[in-house]
Design a protein around this ligand. Structure first.
Ligand SMILES: Cc1cc2nc3c(=O)[nH]c(=O)nc-3n(C[C@H](O)[C@H](O)[C@H](O)COP(=O)(O)OP(=O)(O)OC[C@H]3O[C@@H](n4cnc5c(N)ncnc54)[C@H](O)[C@@H]3O)c2cc1C
Length: 360
């Protein structure tokens, strides 16, 4: 079967939805394709999995309940500059395409599900993971980046009696953040009883986790490796291999145009546009690209992309956190709560002209 659209958007994450909503609201014929049938605010996943009673299903919403253009659930298996083919046999011809297929966390699949593509399956997946965490006495979190720090803090908040170790390969948490952020995060986690071990690389060896450098071995009930993301761009390799860099990111210019093509664009976690791989940044990029396409259709000038001012707020549990704001670093509740309170769920849905689902 074949379909036709003016703008095809591949991936309904923060960037894809940002672009889809703005274009549709301005009368452009848009088709959004995602392998899932729901949007999810990933910022909330770690709290959802540790304490599902607080957020329930509210991070997730069916695309069909809020997307203004056409939504098709399906997985793109290949594309060129004229059409995209889905694994179910459908092919979609387009005038312009926006590649917004984002990233995955192979070491921590619960962060962005690789298998639960249905809304209720994902709710169940979160509940199942919660049960495993709840029944464990000892938990090892490997990786002291933003995801590992947040996860250790959320587990410690929800389960103060568990034995939690956070192991990191260097001698500071949150390597790319300011020193004050690194110090505050360490203080806050330590105050919650998290045992932070620096300069350790634990790997699984049977039932035990071993660090060859420190000669330590740890026996834990569960371990979560929070060590890095990969771009979801495999579907481009067959017909558009030249648009990928050596790490698999789509090469774009400062107008988000894919190098060598006039009608292909890419943004968010899967593109080379910005080193800041954040959902908020991706949503701004989506809205900016939509704006640029609308302007260029009217023959107006387009400004190149610049990283928007943004805050990086790292909760270290439900009652603490540290915010790296454009003006400095703070642990003041007012700023930390910008993310801490509902983990950005209401704000993101508001940006997309919607509201979170009622908690159930
Ligand atoms: C635990 C955690 C906490 C985070 N906290 C924050 C935070 O507080 N603030 C912040 O700004 N960022 C945060 N991030 C980062 C943020 O989640 C990412 O930067 C963001 O998801 C990137 O958005 P995106 O639109 O580029 O892609 P994604 O959100 O990855 O969306 C891509 C979409 O494309 C779909 N897709 C992929 N391949 C295909 C295909 N072949 N066919 C069809 N569909 C496909 C996927 O199903 C997915 O829905 C966090 C990430 C994690 C894991």
């Amino acid at each position: 079967m074949q379909k036709q659209t003016d703008v095809l958007i591949i991936g309904g994450g923060f960037g894809g939805v940002g672009a889809a909503q703005k274009l549709s609201k301005n009368g452009v014929s848009v088709t959004l394709v995602d392998r899932k049938n729901y949007f999810e605010v990933t910022f909330a996943t770690l709290r959802d999995v540790t304490d599902p009673g607080r957020l329930g299903n509210s991070p997730r919403k069916l695309y069909s309940d809020f997307i203004d253009g056409t939504f098709i659930q399906g997985s793109i298996e290949s594309m060129n500059d004229k059409e995209a083919k889905l694994t179910n046999g459908l092919s979609i011809r387009f005038k312009q395409a926006i590649i917004a297929s984002g990233s995955r966390y192979p070491s921590l699949p619960l962060a962005k599900s690789n298998s639960a593509f249905d809304y209720s399956e994902r709710n169940q997946e979160i509940m199942n993971e919660h049960k495993s965490i709840a029944s464990a006495k000892s938990i090892l979190v490997i990786g002291g980046g933003a995801v590992g720090v947040e996860f250790a803090g959320e587990i410690a908040s929800a389960f103060p009696d568990k034995d939690i170790t956070l192991a990191h390969s260097t001698d500071t948490l949150l390597d790319n953040m300011k020193p004050k952020v690194q110090r505050k995060a360490l203080e806050q986690l330590t105050a919650k009883g998290v045992n932070v071990k620096f300069n350790r690389r634990f790997t699984k060896d049977g039932n035990v986790y071993r660090c060859s450098k420190s000669q330590e071995s740890l026996q834990v009930d569960i371990a979560y490796a929070c060590v890095g993301m990969l771009p979801n761009t495999e579907f481009l390799k067959a017909e558009l291999p030249g648009i990928l860099d050596d790490k698999g990111f789509v090469k774009v210019d400062s107008l988000m145009k894919v190098q060598g093509y006039e009608n292909l664009y890419a943004l968010g976690d899967c593109a080379t546009l910005d080193n800041h791989k954040h959902g908020y940044v991706a949503s701004v990029q989506g809205a900016m690209l939509a704006d640029a396409l609308l302007r260029s259709a009217k023959g107006k000038k387009i400004k190149p992309y610049k990283t928007p001012p943004f805050a990086v707020i790292t909760p270290t549990g439900t009652d603490s956190g540290v915010a790296q704001m454009p003006f400095g670093v703070t642990t003041a509740k007012f700023f930390v709560n910008l993310k801490q309170k509902d983990l950005g769920i209401s704000n993101m849905y508001k940006i997309y002209g919607s509201k979170p689902d009622k908690l159930n």
